[in-house]
Design a protein around this ligand. Structure first.
Ligand SMILES: Cc1ncc(C[n+]2csc(CCOP(=O)(O)OP(=O)(O)O)c2C)c(N)n1
Ligand SMILES: [Mg+2]
Length: 416
């Protein structure tokens, strides 16, 4: 059983508040021990109020109570916790392989998710199969939870295709590099869902830097005014390339939501259980007609922005070291061990499984065929477009200008 399937059992259109069943004796999510640093003010990223941080697992892996959010993980079993742990380990291993592949010239570029596994797995596992997800370019952990084969994420970064997967297979949209624009796509999609009368929800991922984009302001406005079933899941990883969050906003990011008229919550983005709980809260709001929410997952980009970036030029090692102590995988492991929910054999098997994944990713990427040059013009517009036709013809003529060009190169590229 997966956490996702747990979510899928939640009745649709269930009225919010007080209707969820209380935790069973063996449900791991309920075993909160002490109350909490949930009320402890977090290190503020902006000026003004000291924000509260929703936290269910401390960095040391101790379960703390949250009167508001415990109920959203009350049905999480030890098996579910192991699934969450596995998701994070597999995702990190995949990501490490991709970085290595880029360093060896097999990929053109790679945006690592290192450090953001809990934010992505917690929110990803909160979604239901019929929900629709609009990612940025860094949501490899969410893709994993949605069941997208990770090797498919690499085609675009190898330059062999323009996307790599069918968004409708897993309700996981293509990666979007144009900062913030996916929040508009998500809001439009959510408006459509509402018009259809479906009770699915939409999740739009965005970064801290993206909150400065006009597209995001428009998406927030439309989502609020149309009361759309969309969750804006902002991973505040403290940096937008070399720009720190405090240069993006005068207030903590989650407080931006208030001005648009919907709630915003800051969650410990390195605590997978808290991210699961807060995401379920936000998704339930969306499903039950309560409209959009903003979740700010307070986390840290442990690596470079992309493999083209060198963070040592703009941030100090001590900052990274401080965040290492809050590692999302270490803290869930500590909790699993303390509660006796996982033994050495589990961790050893997972290590072996993740190595197998790394090997598979490497083999698949290296054997990806080069595309036909003209295929870059495919799948752009459903009904064609004059400008694309012109560019296709120009490129075909260019191809044909080479001495060793195949005889049909100037035909406009009838690519099979
Ligand atoms: C509209 C637009 N402007 C600028 C860029 C260049 N750019 C790429 S990533 C990035 C920073 C994004 O930071 P953030 O939203 O915090 O996401 P993160 O990369 O930290 O996940 C910028 C400015 C872009 N891709 N699109
Ligand atoms: Mg960022």
């Amino acid at each position: 059983m997966t956490v996702e399937s747990t979510a899928a059992r939640t009745p649709r259109r269930a009225s919010s508040g007080g209707k969820r069943t209380s935790a069973s004796a063996k449900s791991a999510g309920a075993s909160a021990k002490k109350s909490a640093s949930a009320k402890k003010p977090a290190k503020d990223a902006g000026a003004g109020a000291q924000p509260e941080l929703v936290q269910l697992l401390t960095p040391e892996g101790e379960r703390v109570e949250s009167p508001e959010y415990d109920k959203y993980v009350a049905d999480v079993t030890p098996e579910d916790l192991r699934v969450l742990y596995r998701d994070m380990v597999m995702t990190r291993r995949f990501d490490a392989e991709a970085v290595t592949l880029q360093r060896q010239g097999e990929l053109g570029l790679w945006p690592s998710l290192l450090g953001q596994e809990a934010a992505q797995v917690g929110s990803g596992r909160a979604t239901r199969e019929d929900d629709y997800v609009f990612p940025t370019y860094r949501e490899h952990g969410v893709a994993w939870c949605r069941g997208v084969d990770p090797t498919l994420l690499l085609g675009m970064f190898r330059g062999v295709n323009n996307g790599g997967w069918d968004p409708n297979s897993n309700n996981f949209h293509l990666y979007t590099i144009v900062i913030g624009s996916q929040t508009l796509h998500a809001t439009g999609y959510a408006m459509g869902i509402a018009k259809d009368g479906a009770d699915s929800a939409v999740v739009a991922y965005l970064g801290d830097g993206a909150t400065s984009q006009g597209d995001v302001a428009e998406a927030f406005t439309f989502a609020a005014v149309y009361n759309s079933p969309v969750v804006f899941f902002c991973q505040n990883n403290q940096w937008a390339i070399s720009e720190p969050t405090e240069k993006q906003s005068r207030v903590p990011l989650y407080q931006r939501a208030q001005g648009y008229g919907f709630p915003g919550v800051r969650v410990d983005g390195n605590d997978v259980l808290a991210c699961l709980a807060v995401s379920k809260w936000a998704l339930e709001r969306a499903r039950t007609g309560e409209g959009p929410s903003l979740v700010e997952a307070f986390t840290y980009r442990m690596g470079a922005h992309t493999t083209s970036d060198d963070p040592s030029r703009y941030r100090r090692d001590e900052e990274r070291e401080a965040w290492e102590a809050k590692d999302p995988i270490k803290r869930l492991r500590a909790y699993l061990e303390a509660e006796g929910h996982a033994d050495e054999a589990f961790f050893a098997e997972l290590d072996a499984e993740s190595e197998t994944l790394g090997k598979r990713v490497r083999e698949v990427v290296r054997s990806m065929p080069d595309p036909e040059p003209m295929s870059i013009f495919e799948n752009i517009y459903a009904d064609g477009h004059a400008l694309v036709d012109e560019e296709r013809a120009e490129f075909a003529a260019y191809q044909a200008s080479f001495a060793d060009a195949p005889a049909d190169a100037a035909t406009g590229g009838e690519v099979k």
